[in-house]
Each structure stands twice: as structure tokens, then as C-alpha cells.
Design a protein around this ligand. Structure first.
Ligand code: SF4
Length: 461
């Protein structure tokens, strides 16, 4: 994985992307603020969401078994997948058993996380993305940069040109309605002939075995109702205990995500029902690192996430670098705390540092994930895992100096003398050797000519 600072340097040079990001995140932020203001009990809803998710994680083993029993009692089939390979094998196996070479897919971060499309392609099966933005990315071999608006970095002229090269030869208009119509015409036939659909899940209800998908375009409804066979890939943390819990989350999610009171399409299904929708239903319960996250008492709250993307839209780092800099399907503040835990801190050590710790993400999170605290927790782990012996020794010595007032005063005195050759005006602009990394992108304030303690002694003898 390319480190965040390296990737961010490249992304920051993309002026078009920065303009698109600013427009999109500003618009969604304003819409969200407006609909949240309407609810006098918004804070209580957030508390309720947090409490439900905390309960789910505390009793996940029981809720998972309850969900499995309910799905199977309703005529569905449950598969357990420890990792991406196992989950992909289940989906490929179902598609192969039905002799298809194409499946239609609803936008799903979980299937992106496990690289399902590539795994199916290896098995000779094409996974057709049916979400408008995902289709754009698939046609261009690009990948998502925002949880909810995956093609946020593309503009409509680019999309018009792409469609003209691929699914709509001859299209000249870049009017959003014409672009949507071109995609609709292309997809409609595929929906009607598809024999296997693949979806993710926003929520799974342990009590009833019901699966819930919320979306805006109606393609999800098509994928989950038209094909006779449906496979849903669901992270094990997506459970809610009771059907009535949806009452909390269906208020929190659309308002936080798109700034709507209710999203246009909410699909709910329970197992397979004769004569109505898919006649064969499979659900793959995916771990892929989640039980490891669960073991961390501080970090586990990342599993509360309902993928609303509100934290991305307020993040000063995300809104400038965009999603690709995070190198994962989970960008922004949630990516910075979830990815290092899912794939191991040693494999994504720079991500917890991709934050100014301003706390805006915590303030907007509908399930009150304390992202800044988790970031600090992961930073400590990253330092433990990666810091070279010299850095650890330096930090140890600093700690020793800071613990004693006399030692601290002596260090200040030494610092005042040592900094003289590097002082330019009232700042140190360049430090030598490895310390130069600090001054490469910022100035350093010099040690003050007089410390507060000595001023205090002089002024209040
Ligand atoms: S961390 Fe919170 S704000 Fe961010 S995507 Fe998840 S639920 Fe939404």
C-alpha cells in the first residue's frame, strides 16, 4: 500500500478533483445540516444508534446464530466466510451452479473490500455494476473515491466522452438526464435477462432474518427482485437485534448520508418467498478481520459504522486529497480507523496520521464513533509497530527530560544555544539531518528567549 503522504501529494495536484470534491461535499454538508435541524431528538437518536451497535458487538455471537436460524427458517441459505477468498468462492460457486457468465450487482463496499469482481472475472464471470457511478468507474477501469458518491472525482464531460466510447456511441449531450438515460437503456435489458443478482447489505435483522438495502437509484431494487437467484455479502457487524431497531437507523442513515429525510428506495426481504422475488437466496456472512477488530476495546467502535460518509464530507483532509489517497475502498476518517485494523496496522501505518484531529468527524457521526480517540490509539500502535530503535530512544529521552523541571530548564537552555545557527528572523526554517523532515513542510518556532517560569519568578518574586 502506498503511504498516505505519498499518495496525497499526487492527488493534491489534481485541481479538477479538488473542485469537484469541494462542490459535492459542501452541497451534501448543507443538506445534512438542514434535515438534522428539523429533528429535536437528533442527539437521542444518535445515542440510541450507539447503544444498539454496542449491544450488537457485545453479543455478536448470539445475534449471528439467531440471524442464521431465521434466514434458514425463511428458506434462505447462510454461508460463513472467514476471509475474502472464502466469500468470493461462495459467490462464484452459486453463479457457476446456475451456469451464468454474468451477474448484476448493487453497489457494495463489502464486495469491493473482498475484490469480488476480480475474483469472479478469474472464474469467467462478469460482475456488472448497476449503480450509475459504479458503472462509470467500471467502464473506465477506475475505482471509487467516496463511500456514497464513488465517481465524485469525475465531471459530466468526462462521463459523456466515456459513454460515447463504450455504452452509448453517438451521445453528444452531457446533460445529467441524458447521461442517466443512456445508462438506463444499457442496464434495463441486462436486468431483465440476469439470472443471478449480487448485493451487499446495510442491515441484517437477527430477530427475523430480514436483510435491508437502502439506495437512491432503484437499481438495487432491480438486482434484488428480478433475478431468480440472489446472493448477499454482508459483514458480520451489520446486524441489528430487532426489526424495530430499523426505526432508529432509517432516520439516522439517509439524513447523515445524502441529507434526505428518507432515501428513495428501501428494500427489505426475508429468505425466499414462493412467487415473489428471487426463489433462491444466499447470504454470505463475512469476517475478513472483523473479529480481530472486535478484540480491541478502543478500536472496536469502528465496527459501529453504518457507512453514511458524513465524516468524509466534513473532513478537512479528505476534502482536499479525495478518496484515492487512502488506498482503500474505505476512505476518509472511517477508512483511517477501519482499514489499519482490518488489514493490520503494519500494513497501513500512515492512515491514522491522515487527520488533523479537529474532531468534526465525531460531531457528525450518527452512531457517535469517537474517531479522534481511535486515531490516537492507532497512532500509538503504529509507532510501537514501526518506530525505529533510534526514534524510540529519542522519545524515551524526551519523556525523561519532560518529567523533571530542572532537566527541562537545562534542555531549554541548551536548545537556545543550539538553535542559533538555524534561526532566520523569528523562525527556524531548515534543520539538518533527519530533523530536516520536520522543517521540509513547516517552520519551527524557536525556543523562547525567556521561559514562562523564569518570567514568573522575575515578575512575582
Ligand atoms: S464513521 Fe460515522 S460518520 Fe463516518 S461513515 Fe461511519 S457512521 Fe458515517
Amino acid at each position: 500500500m502506498t503511504s498516505f503522504p505519498e499518495a496525497a501529494r499526487v492527488e493534491l495536484a489534481n485541481v479538477q478533483q479538488r473542485a469537484n470534491l469541494r462542490n459535492a461535499t459542501d452541497t451534501i454538508r448543507a443538506k445534512r445540516a438542514k434535515v438534522i435541524e428539523e429533528l429535536p431528538d437528533w442527539e437521542e437518536l444518535r445515542e440510541a444508534g450507539k447503544a444498539i451497535k454496542t449491544d450488537v458487538l457485545a453479543h455478536l455471537d448470539e445475534y449471528l446464530l439467531q440471524f442464521e436460524a431465521a434466514v434458514e427458517a425463511a428458506g434462505g441459505r447462510v454461508h460463513w466466510a472467514r476471509d475474502a477468498a472464502e466469500a468470493n468462492a461462495v459467490v462464484a460457486g452459486v453463479a457457476r451452479a446456475h451456469g451464468v457468465d454474468e451477474v448484476v450487482k448493487v453497489k457494495s463496499l463489502t464486495t469491493d473490500e473482498i475484490g469480488l469482481n476480480a475474483a469472479l472475472a478469474e472464474a469467467g464471470i462478469h460482475a456488472l455494476e448497476t449503480d450509475f457511478a459504479e458503472l462509470i468507474l467500471q467502464l473506465d477501469g477506475d475505482w471509487s473515491s467516496h463511500i456514497l458518491v464513488p465517481a465524485i472525482h469525475r465531471n459530466r464531460t468526462e462521463i459523456r466522452d466515456l459513454f460515447a466510447r463504450t455504452i452509448a456511441p453517438g451521445i453528444t449531450s452531457d446533460d445529467p438526464r441524458d447521461l442517466a438515460e443512456a445508462a438506463r437503456v444499457y442496464l434495463r435489458e441486462r436486468f431483465l435477462t440476469a439470472r443471478v443478482g449480487v448485493s451487499g447489505a446495510n442491515f441484517g435483522i437477527a430477530e427475523t432474518g430480514t436483510v435491508c438495502v437502502v439506495e437512491s437509484e432503484g437499481n438495487g431494487r432491480m438486482c434484488t427482485t428480478l433475478p431468480p437467484v440472489l446472493v448477499t455479502v454482508m459483514g458480520i457487524e451489520k446486524l441489528l437485534p430487532r426489526f424495530s431497531d430499523l426505526g432508529v437507523f432509517l432516520q439516522l442513515l439517509p439524513r447523515s448520508a445524502t441529507g434526505e429525510r428518507m432515501n428513495p428506495y428501501t428494500s427489505l426481504w426475508t429468505g425466499a418467498t414462493a412467487g415473489d422475488g428471487p426463489q433462491e437466496f444466499h447470504v454470505v456472512l463475512l469476517d475478513n478481520g472483523r473479529t480481530r477488530v472486535l478484540q480491541d476495546e478502543v478500536g472496536r467502535q469502528a465496527l459501529h459504522c453504518i457507512r453514511c460518509s458524513a465524516c468524509l464530507n466534513v473532513c478537512p483532509v479528505y476534502s482536499r486529497t479525495g478518496g484515492h489517497a487512502y488506498g482503500s475502498v474505505y476512505p476518509g476518517p472511517i477508512g483511517a480507523i477501519l482499514v489499519p485494523q482490518l488489514i493490520g496496522i503494519e500494513n497501513a501505518a500512515s492512515l491514522p496520521f491522515a487527520s488533523s484531529l479537529c474532531g468534526a468527524c465525531y460531531e457528525v457521526c450518527p452512531v457517535k464513533i469517537d474517531i479522534p480517540t481511535v486515531l490516537l490509539h492507532l497512532r500509538a500502535k503504529a509507532v510501537e509497530a514501526k518506530a525505529p530503535a533510534a526514534e524510540r530512544a529519542a522519545m524515551g529521552s524526551l519523556g525523561w527530560v519532560f518529567r523533571g523541571p530542572r532537566r527541562f530548564a537545562t534542555a531549554q537552555w541548551i536548545g537556545r544555544i543550539a538553535q542559533r545557527p538555524f534561526l532566520r528572523g523569528n523562525a527556524i526554517r531548515r534543520l539538518p539531518g533527519p530533523l530536516g523532515k520536520w522543517t521540509r513542510t513547516r517552520d519551527l518556532k524557536p525556543v523562547a528567549a525567556e521561559s514562562f517560569r523564569s518570567w514568573w519568578r522575575r515578575e512575582r518574586p
